[in-house]
Design a protein around this ligand. Sequence first.
Ligand SMILES: Cc1cc2nc3c(=O)[nH]c(=O)nc-3n(C[C@H](O)[C@H](O)[C@H](O)COP(=O)(O)O)c2cc1C
Length: 173
Amino acid sequence: MENETLETIYTRRSVRSYTGQPVPRESLIKILKAGMAAPSARNIQPWAFVAVTERGLLDGLCERLPYSKMLDKAGAAIIVCGVPGKDDVYGGKYWVMDCSAAAQNILLACHAMGLGAVWTAAYPNEDRMAIVRDIIGVPEDIMPLAVIPVGIPKDKGKVTDKFREDNIHWERW
Ligand SMILES: Cc1cc2nc3c(=O)[nH]c(=O)nc-3n(C[C@H](O)[C@H](O)[C@H](O)COP(=O)(O)O)c2cc1C
């Protein structure tokens, strides 16, 4: 591959099966730094992150979040949260895009570091957001967007090429 960054982007896949080993704090800090390197409207950075490594908390989330069962063997989880209060210039309308960019950077950083990760949705599902608030203590004015389990991958995932010529329109639709 001509370029390592492109290789990382092209080969990232959702990884849902992990060995159960812990993820070191230094790795989590690098991953969070990647999250915070994301673009945001007017550079407002309306985000906050909760890094979870305690087994009891990971198990609690695993038990109650219906689509995050892979947390049982994850070494950590990163919860990407929106802070709409910081985003008041835009009437709180941009935090979802800003935080999604941060979440994608986190997924890419994990992959670049040989870790497996997957975006599991909290927002916009009120029930799942309430579960995250309850277990993690996220305040009412902070929006849990995504719970990203992170772990040492159990197996080498299969890479599929998602490039579709028919998704592209050149010049006009
Ligand atoms: C907004 C969003 C929500 C998602 N929610 C879940 C989820 O709750 N559980 C899950 O296992 N995967 C979830 N995914 C991962 C997708 O299923 C996955 O990205 C998609 O199947 C494409 O596969 P890939 O990531 O391997 O390219 C979510 C992805 C996005 C972007």
